[in-house]
Design a protein around this ligand. Sequence first.
Ligand SMILES: [Zn+2]
Length: 167
Amino acid sequence: MIPEIASVCGLYCGACGIYLATQSNDTEKLSRYATMLGQPLSETRCDGCRSGSKTAYCNNCYMMKCSREKNLNFCGECNEYPCEELKNFQQQMPHRAELWKAQSRIAEIGAVEWTAEMKTYFSCPQCHTGSTSYDLKCPKCGHVPGNGFVGNNRETVMTYLENRKNS
Ligand SMILES: [Zn+2]
């Protein structure tokens, strides 16, 4: 069984703010995401890529649709990998920085093990609280970086957050 939070494209849903806010039932945070994404709050909840409950954005995912048509579990299994669509998707946002690494790791150790690795990777090294790809510091104890991903992609994440603030 592939974990619901191991996405087709290689993202770990456990590092998404909407997923985390849904799991902790943080309506205030979910409302902010709904406004930010311009979609209704009722469609701004998520239990993971392979679950029955996803945000409007992820429900329209090209990769999910494509992988179903081709009967594949992950983009990395496809003979067209990495296709133009996935390459464009990867370049758009900093939280997608490690998609290629994720796909090869999933092929290497399997989705269950990879998901377990990601849980640790996206947790605070000090208090083990899970956080997102954009948490420069741990939302609970303030440790910098908030998780391993942010530690490895600090510059990219910081530049993105600065630009967003200024736009
Ligand atoms: Zn912490």
